[in-house]
Design a protein around this ligand. Structure first.
Ligand code: FAD
Ligand code: SIN
Length: 521
C-alpha cells in the first residue's frame, strides 16, 4: 500500500518500532516488500547500537567454522540456549556480514590487508569483526542511516515514542505514539508491526547503556498480550569505567582480547585463579570474580591494566576509549583504568520463534527486545549485533509472507485513545532500587525488599499495582523472575542458592493474566 496519512494517523505495510541496528536493518529489508514507517523515541543516531564497541562475531576466518561458534555460544549460555536459534545465528552470520558490506560498511583490516579479527571473552577463536577501531556501532549505524534516509519506501518519525500497541488481544495492528516535545498523539496503523526497541539495562543506575534502553517494547508487548521470557537474566559487563563523578563508559572486552590484565585493589592479577581462560573467560565468570574481589577488599572497583601493551597500538586500535578516558583525566597507556561491572544487556525479552514471531499475531520482535533463546543464561560477547541482523531479516521474511485473514483497515479503525498517564510515571529511584537489589548478586530478602519498594513507589504515585508504568512493569518482571529462579546460573546469581540446579534447566515466561509458565526449549 502507499503511505496513507492524515493529521492523526499514518498507515503503511510495515511498522518498525526502534531505530537501532535491528530496526534500521529490518526497515531496509522490508522496503523491498512495501511501504515502511520507522518510529523512534530518539533521534536516529541514538541507540545502544551506536555505542557498540568490540564488534560483531562471525565465523569467517580460515581457522573457524559456524560449528565452533555454535559450541562457544552454547558453552557460554550455561545449558539454557535454544540450540536451533544458535544454529541459525552462527550459520547465518557470514550472510549478515556480506549484507553489511554490501550496504557500505567497511571492516578494519590488518597490515596484510585482511580482515582484522578481534578476540573477546568465551570465544575459542579470533572472530570479532570491528570497524572504526572500537567505534563499531557508530560506524554501522551511520551507514545504515544513510541508506534508510535515501530510501523512498521508508519514512522516519524521530523523537516519537510508542506508548501502547493497538491490539484486540489476539492481533496487533499498530501503535499509539506520542511526540516527545509537542506531546501530540499519533496512530500508526500497520498489519505488520516489528518491535526493535532495544534492551532495558538503561533502567539501572549504573549502566553502560544510553538513556534510550528502558525496556518499553517489552512492557508494550506484555500489555498487548504477548509472552515475555527470561527476565531474570540481565547481563552485567565486567569492565565499565568507575570514577567519582559516577560517569560510566564501557571499556571494551576487546581490550582484554589484546592482553590487558585485571588487577585487584592490592594490584594483584586475579583472573587466573578463577578460570583457565583468565581475563578471557566468559563474561558472567569475569563479572562475578570482579564482584568477589571488590567485596573481599571492600573496594568499589578493580583495575584494568594495559601498561604492558604497546601504547601506539592502543591509541590506534581503541581510539574512542583512549580519548573518552583521557577526557576523564586517565591516560590508559600509562595509568590503570578503574573499572567495575555495570548493567549492560537484557537477555530476556519478548519471546519469539525462529522467524521472530511473537505469540501475538501481527507482531514480530528482533534485536535486544526479543528473546529468541540464543543467549541462554549468558550472552557470548559480540553475538548481539549479529542477532539484530539475523533475526531482523527473518522477521521481515515472515512478516512479508503474512496474509491478512480479515480486512485490516476496518479492524484497526479504533478511536484515538487519550494516553493513559500511568505509562509515564517518572520514578527516579527505580535505577537505585535495581542496582541495590537486582544487581549482580541477588537474594530472596533483597528481592522481596525490591518488590515492596516498587509497590511503595506506585502508592506514592497513587497507582495500584495493575497500573504500573512501562518502566516499573519491566522492573517488576525482572524482580519476579529473579525470585522464582532459585539457583545461580549464568548472569543470574543468588547468594541464597549459589549452585546451578539441573531442575532449573528451563525458562520462565510471563503473559498478562496468566500464571508464570516454565518451558524447556
Ligand atoms: P538499540 O540499538 O538499543 O535501539 C533501540 C531503539 O529503539 C532506539 O533507537 C530507541 O530510541 C528506540 N526506542 C526505545 N523505546 C522506544 C519506544 N517506546 N518507541 C519508539 N522507539 C523506541 N553488542 C555486540 O554484539 N557487540 C558489541 O561490540 C557491543 N558493544 C556494546 C557496547 C555498549 C556500550 C552497549 C550499550 C552495548 C553493546 N552491545 C554490543 C550490545 C548491542 O549494542 C545491543 O544489544 C544492540 O545494539 C541492540 O540493538 P537494537 O537495535 O535491538 O536496540
Ligand atoms: C564490548 O565491546 O566489550 C561489548 C561487547 C558486547 O557487549 O558484546
Amino acid at each position: 500500500m502507499a503511505f496513507v496519512k492524515n493529521s492523526t494517523s499514518i498507515e503503511s505495510d510495515f511498522l518498525i518500532l526502534g531505530s537501532g541496528l535491528a530496526g534500521l536493518f529490518a526497515a531496509l529489508c522490508a522496503s523491498r516488500h512495501g511501504t515502511v514507517t520507522v518510529l523512534s523515541k530518539s533521534g536516529l543516531p541514538e541507540s545502544s547500537s551506536s555505542w557498540a564497541q568490540g564488534g560483531i562475531a562471525a565465523a569467517i576466518a580460515a581457522d573457524d567454522s559456524p560449528a565452533l561458534h555454535l559450541e562457544d555460544t552454547l558453552r557460554a549460555g550455561r545449558g539454557l540456549c535454544n540450540r536451533q536459534a544458535v544454529e541459525i545465528l552462527t550459520q547465518e552470520a557470514p550472510l549478515a556480514i556480506q549484507s553489511l558490506q554490501s550496504l557500505g560498511v567497511v571492516f578494519d583490516q590488518n597490515a596484510a590487508g585482511e580482515i582484522d579479527f578481534g578476540r573477546e571473552g568465551g570465544h575459542s577463536r579470533r572472530r570479532v569483526l570491528h570497524s572504526g577501531g572500537s567505534a563499531t556501532g557508530e560506524s554501522f549505524i551511520s551507514v545504515l542511516i544513510r541508506r534508510v534516509r535515501e530510501n523512498p519506501q521508508i519514512q522516519v518519525l524521530e523523537n516519537t515514542g510508542a506508548v501502547d500497541l493497538m491490539s484486540d488481544s489476539t492481533r496487533c495492528f499498530g501503535t499509539i505514539a506520542t511526540h516527545a516535545e509537542t506531546k501530540k498523539n499519533l496512530l500508526l496503523r500497520s498489519p505488520r508491526t516489528i518491535l526493535a526497541t532495544g534492551g532495558a539495562a538503561g533502567l539501572f543506575e549504573r549502566t553502560t547503556n544510553p538513556p534510550t534502553s528502558t525496556g518499553e517494547g517489552i512492557a508494550l508487548a506484555y500489555r498487548a498480550g504477548a509472552e515475555v521470557m527470561d527476565m531474570e537474566f540481565m547481563q552485567f559487563h565486567p569492565t565499565a569505567l568507575h570514577i567519582k563523578n559516577g560517569k560510566t563508559f564501557l571499556i571494551s572486552e576487546a581490550i582484554r582480547g589484546e592482553g590487558a590484565y585485571l588487577l585487584n585493589a592490592k594490584g594483584c592479577r586475579f583472573m587466573p585463579d578463577y578460570h583457565e581462560l583468565a581475563e578471557l573467560a566468559p563474561r558472567d565468570i569475569v563479572a562475578s570474580a570482579i564482584y568477589k574481589e571488590m567485596t573481599t577488599a571492600g573496594s568499589d572497583c578493580v583495575y584494568l591494566s594495559l601498561l604492558h601493551l604497546d601504547a601506539n597500538f592502543i591509541r590506534r586500535r581503541f581510539t574512542n576509549i583512549y580519548e573518552s578516558c583521557l577526557a576523564q583525566g586517565i591516560d590508559i597507556t600509562s595509568q590503570p583504568i578503574p573499572v567495575a561491572p555495570a548493567a549492560h544487556y537484557m537477555i530476556g525479552g519478548v519471546r519469539t520463534d525462529l522467524q521472530a514471531k511473537t505469540s501475538l499475531e501481527g507482531l514480530w520482535a528482533c534485536g535486544e527486545v526479543a528473546c529468541t533463546g540464543a543467549h541462554g543464561a549468558n550472552r557470548l560477547a559480540s553475538n548481539s549485533l549479529l542477532e539484530c541482523l539475523v533475526f531482523a531479516r527473518r522477521a521481515v521474511e515472515s512478516a512479508s509472507e503474512y496474509l491478512l485473514k480479515q480486512d485490516f483497515t476496518a479492524s484497526s479503525d479504533q478511536p484515538l485513545n487519550i494516553l493513559n498517564e500511568s505509562h509515564l510515571i517518572h520514578t527516579p529511584d527505580l535505577g537505585k532500587l535495581l542496582n541495590e537489589y537486582v544487581g549482580i548478586v541477588r537474594s530472596h530478602s533483597g528481592l522481596i525488599e525490591a518488590r515492596q519498594r516498587l509497590l511503595a513507589i506506585m502508592k506514592a504515585n497513587h497507582k495500584s499495582s495493575s497500573e504500573m508504568g512501562n518502566h516499573q512493569l519491566v522492573a517488576s518482571m525482572m524482580i519476579e523472575a529473579a525470585l522464582l529462579r532459585q539457583e545461580s546460573r549464568g548472569v543470574h546469581l543468588r547468594s541464597d542458592f549459589p549452585a546451578e540446579n539441573p531442575d532449573w534447566q528451563k525458562h520462565i515466561a510471563f503473559q498478562k493474566g496468566k500464571e508464570p509458565r516454565f518451558l524447556c526449549i
